[in-house]
Design a binder for this molecule. Sequence first.
Ligand SMILES: [Zn+2]
Ligand SMILES: [Zn+2]
Length: 420
Amino acid sequence: MDYRALTLVPPATATDATVTAWLAKQLPRLAPALVGLRRTLHQQPERGGEEQQTATLITGVLDSLGLPATTGVAGHGVVALIDGHHPGPTVGLRADMDALPLQDEKRVAYRSRVANTTHACGHDAHTTMVLGAALLLTPLAPHLHGRVKLLFQPAEELIGRGANEMVAAGVMANPRVDAIFGLHCQPQLRAGEVEVCHGVMMAAGDLFTIEIEGQAGHAARPHEAIDTVLVAAQAVCALHAIVPRRLSPHDPTVLTIGAIHAGLAANVIPGHATLTGTVRTLSPAARLRVREVMEQVLDGVCAAMGAHFTLDYQVGAPVVVNDPALTDLLAQAAAKVVGKEHVRESREPSMGSEDFSYYQQLAPGSYFRLGTANDDPATHHPLHHACFDLDESALPLGAQLLAQAAWEYLYRAAGGPLRQ
Ligand SMILES: [Zn+2]
Ligand SMILES: [Zn+2]
């Protein structure tokens, strides 16, 4: 599709009120194109690190808008710039692009055509929304005081990859991103509801693998072996005691062991066991402490049993911490789009993690949630569920929200009033 066919004629004058009204007015024209984009992406999902076709689709839309794009960033990432006609700061809008290794179990015409791969985390919707924001903001370029940088990021679901590699590739520089917004679909909220968060929003997420070495032997002569099943069992119990007994109850932490592998037969004592899991923390202190105490606990358990271990601890995304002033701006922008009564503050930090936090290491950012549910139970499945789907009326809303937030940021930076 040639998205120039949608050519949106910008408002003649650019006050906060005229632009806000103009953005809202474009939605009926934009909505079918965005639904089409999302369904195309949904049918051709690509896993983290493999987002080639997704990048091609993104650059196709950007090309038709006349926006030059840098491709091949951190793998298949795409970065583009909407250059305002007046000088000013740069505001970033970020989307993630990757799907999950999961079989799509929905019964809809636009279901995934790729076996064991589906957009169960809504990243197809996020990509569509940032493209929608580009469709809205590009015609506004004559009125923009500054630039909008569009960041399409691969591999969000792969620990330490996506955003980390985008940042390392320099996407926050040239021009420097002064503020950044991003959003996630939220099936626990209805389409048209927005949840913002002032401050700590999501946990740091790390992964670990523990290899335990013992001594294999006959099941009938355990005294001649070093039983790694028993060592692993004791290690699991001792590791789970770290959170309640070695960390402050005021510093929320989660330690989960998600997989144990040892042995093949009922009558053989295995000489090797592997445990893998994840640690979620909300403070740098807790993050360091868990890792340190895990070493101590494994040292003690393994020494007592005559076994040895290695701990491979992979540091993942840091804590998502939203800038309060930017979140105020976002909440006010969202109120203009969905109504103040549909914008709420997040009640408590999630122990989930999100690599948007890597961008927040370099610029103030605000990450928010956009509801995607309606009365249809098909929209009630949680994220990462094989049947996850959304109310597609959220697509133009997400585009409008991102465009409104970017507009507000540049407008205020140019000296526009704080409230209207
Ligand atoms: Zn996810
Ligand atoms: Zn996600």
